[in-house]
Design a protein around this ligand. Sequence first.
Ligand code: ADP
Ligand code: MG
Length: 687
Amino acid sequence: MGPKLAARLASRDIHTIEDLLYFLPKSYEDRRRFTPIRDLRLGETAVVKGEVILSGPVQFKRRRVFEALISDGTGILALKWFHFRETLLRDLFRPGKTVIVSGPVSRFGGRFEMVHPEVEDPEDPSLELHVGRILPLYPTIEGVSPKVIRKIVRRAVEEHAEKLTSFIPHEILRRRSLLPLSEAVKALHFPPENADLQALAGERSLYHKSLAFDEFFFLELALGLRRSQVKQASGIAFNIDSDLAKAFLAKLPFKLTRAQERALQEIKRDMSRPVPMNRLLQGDVGCGKTVVAFVAALIAIDNGYQVALMAPTEILAEQHYTGFRELCGLAGVEATLLTGGLPPSRKREIKQALALGHIQLVIGTHALFQGDVEFQRLGLVIIDEQHRFGVLQRAALREKAKGVSPDTLVMTATPIPRTLALTLYGDLDVSIIDELPAGRKPVKTELFSAHSRGVVYEKVRTEIYKGHRAYVVLPLIEESEKLDLLSATEMAEQLQKEVFPEYEVGLLHGRMSPVEKERVMRAFKRGDIQILVSTTVIEVGVDVPEATVMVIEHAERFGLSQLHQLRGRVGRSERQSYCFLVAHEVSPGSEAWRRLKVLTETNDGFRIAEEDLKIRGPGEFLGTRQHGYLEFRRADMIRDYDMLLAAREEAFRILEEDPALAKPEHQPLKLVLSERWAERLRLSEVA
Ligand code: ADP
Ligand code: MG
């Protein structure tokens, strides 16, 4: 095609023939048969073939309208154009000529009509592409007509679809009653006459399913391969009978819950084996993951190894550091914080100490595993995931260990819906803490609109009067951080002056220096500040049991899981706690309102996460799109969950008999895998 057209396609990210083949219709129109004019129905889309009776521009209420009447012997249909090129239409609609028109049917003055119908010339050699079939409707491309798009795609499909092959063994496709990739893609563009139109419309046709299976299959194959690779690597067999850990547990002011015990046993079992641990520790906010992870750290330290805790952001690293220091004090070990914000000399000092093995526990971001940071004897990596790393980064840090792989423990504070667990964490073993420490009362959550803020403040006052403390959280809008900062500052001032003059209102935001933040947090902890206005920097790690109220302004701007996460900052003691969601831009009864309502109905993080995933899709849910790890061309983890499970089963079955994909008949699979996933998953061995 010419450069102009190519540029237009490029604007839609279509650069190759393969891209074009994957440029799939967004919906379909049934143009398999002509509808007799007599049988037309209002509002339905139809294709009509008829003879032109008369045509020409008419004056209609001060507007020139081009009108044509056609007849097919069963009735008369009017066609109307409000914008038109007269010569073109006159020619197309010469009286006596046969034409084919299609479009939605409307009614005017007792007669059926079509406004701006699509017109076909029965003499057109490419006619069969546009009528007499299930018509593919493609997403619009600026400056390219639907007909031209269909023609281009048609050529690509005819000449090249055959080459789309993914080498999934035929017996698998047969077992699952699915089609090979090339056939599925062909049929998606040009469905056969007998295709199930409803299934096509719902994107659940055999062709859609086959394509989804194909995408999932290679994802699961990649994950399975990584899993079997890790299982083959040599790891550290820790002595799990650790005095350090025992002494710490004895000093803890509480007993571990049964769920914590169970998770700890699973972790210890992994740690004792000479194979790297690769485990996900998952559980609702406040269920006590940190303590469990800390015991694992103590075991590693007691064995003479170093432990690294990696958080997704610097702020979170700092917060972990603060939280860990208390535990460290109890256990008699020391934690060191390594972040970009430290003075260069201090950083150098820390790096040196790490390389010499003088630091037992280091806390930081992914920078811990980049560049010139060296560990003397790294034994355990704890990752506070917040879903922000994904498989790619985990692979990177494993490369940091020389020879033996350290154990890896991934913590996630937001429960992962099963759908995501199978994809994002498909290579991990999972421990779940599904029990809160005894005596916790579920947080009571209520939803308010902005104008009933007064009620919310009175409820806050009641709590503070009892000696409790409150958080007021505002969303952080990245594009306009300044503006945002202002609003947090203003909010704090307003609350101080106008609402709570008798109490102390504090302010915490991301732009403050660590020292300042620390000072404010301490004052809040001590109770010198009773109301803390904050952007979402308090999301994780802050632990103030006396805080019993959480007010979240602009609740509609947050994801449900994030709100649930924030809510987890209260309810950390035996006192009854409250969460008040204040919605500004949504009205009661609306969709967004109902969505927020879910939080008032349940404290079950899994349910909330599922709901959230459904509403926002995986990209938004995960809070990141950048690594595109979960971006599929067509598959949808939720809609095509059955295919995801099937693909996982089949991929893992192959790996069971051939864990490294070494057999000759699996070489083509490896090739496809490396093409599609190596970059994303760093499957160096595959390439
Ligand atoms: P998570 O990391 O899962 O959100 P944390 O480990 O931060 O939860 O624990 C939340 C709070 O509960 C902390 O104050 C912690 O000291 C406390 N805690 C943890 N385990 C228990 C337990 N078994 N009994 C009582 N309190 C606990
Ligand atoms: Mg925690």
